[in-house]
Design a protein around this ligand. Sequence first.
Ligand code: ZN
Length: 117
Amino acid sequence: MFFSGETVVAKKIGRKIDGYGNRGRWSPEPGKAKTAYCGVCGKQMNVERNVLGATSWAESMGHGKHFHDSFTCPNLNKKWHEKIVNLKMEAHNTVSYKIKKILEEEILEILEANAVR
Ligand SMILES: [Zn+2]
């Protein structure tokens, strides 16, 4: 069966950031994860193993680097992907249950229109 990221994301929305709650980018220790799914659109992410580099802004500023696996979502640079990230942040930040629901609906609409077909 074709992987349905939509369902996965629908389940994840509203939850706190977990192992899959990434923003389309994830840099765990080498070999820690075989596969990873995008926390934004639910797609299986591409992986580059044993990359030497910085995984955070602070690390790059300090010219630090270490080996890691670099997972990135194939949709990472798409505009709608970025929009979902922002909508998710808003949904996470609002105290209003109603606004949260509206934001979640919009996220699902965007996913239906773009990500998983
Ligand atoms: Zn994604």
